[in-house]
Write a protein that binds this ligand. Structure first.
Ligand code: SAM
Length: 255
């Protein structure tokens, strides 16, 4: 019971930290559009689900570059509130709706979606488990588009291996992840790596000022101090070992 409380507290703190930032994970509008260019046949009747959407940076890019209707889902209510306000501000509220829910228990109908999108979030429930569950909600020939932490090489230094295996026990190489897509019933369409700017300029750099502000706001809070130390180590490890890993966009079509 105590464990659950601590974890929930940390989840709320992490989200309080990140919802003030433009993005909650590495990515960029350019790379979202690049991934979208592999998807054909999205008419104004098309339906997209954006899972683990956060405050919706990529959701708005999807809405502005398609005519589809988008349901964006995240576990954190604060992010969903922010996403719905942004959709309204951009005049997209008729096509974009944020809802609170969990990616591993989706509140959708079978075969409902033409496209399931998810940037930087599937590791929270597991790559294979997510692909298996999400397939139920895709139409035949529907697409799944995911960014996921991946190894770029077959071997890597022990320090970075341990860090990532602790964070994402399932982490694998690009070839391995493509084989999981095939095993779970998708035809691989494309895979490409996110450039470094998605991590550095859009993820680590914007965190710096927020970290200072957050430490001041929560002065004396050991959980916050540990959380910021973890984030700083994540950035240091990235600059040291970025040739070994990164986010990869995986695009698959349901069989
Ligand atoms: N897609 C956004 C982006 O790229 O900026 C957010 C990525 S962030 C790294 C991961 C998101 O997954 C967070 O918003 C978190 O609240 C959400 N999340 C974690 N577990 C979840 C779950 N079981 N169901 C739905 N969302 C979840």
């Amino acid at each position: 019971m105590e464990d659950i409380t601590i974890r929930e507290f940390e989840f709320a703190l992490i989200n309080e930290f990140f919802t003030e930032l433009e993005r909650q994970g590495p990515g960029s509008p350019e790379e979202t559009i690049r991934a979208l260019s592999f998807i054909s046949n999205l008419s104004s009747k098309a339906k997209i689900a954006d899972l683990g959407c956060g405050t919706g940076a990529q959701t708005m890019v999807l809405a502005q570059n398609t005519k589809a209707t988008i349901t964006a889902l995240d576990l954190y209510a604060g992010s969903i509130d922010k996403l719905n306000v942004t959709a309204e501000k951009l005049g997209l509220q008729n096509r974009v709706k944020g809802i609170v829910g969990s990616m591993d228990n989706l509140p959708f109908r079978n075969d409902e979606f033409d496209l399931i999108w998810s940037e930087g979030a599937i590791a929270n429930i597991g790559f294979e488990k997510g692909l298996n569950h999400w397939k139920n909600f895709l139409k035949k020939d529907g697409y799944v588009v995911i960014t996921y932490e991946s190894w770029f090489t077959d071997e890597r230094p022990a320090e970075i291996e341990k860090w990532w295996v602790d964070a994402v026990p399932e982490i694998g190489t690009i070839a391995h992840n493509i084989s999981i897509m095939q095993k779970t019933g998708y035809i691989p369409v494309a895979a490409f790596t996110l450039p470094e700017s998605c991590w550095i300029d859009n993820y680590f750099v914007p965190q710096k000022a927020r970290q200072e502000e957050f430490l001041k706001k929560h002065a004396g809070n050991k959980t916050v101090e540990d959380m910021i130390a973890f984030m700083r180590r994540e950035a240091d490890l990235y600059s040291k070992y970025k040739q070994y890993y990164g986010y990869v966009f995986y695009i698959g079509k349901k069989l």
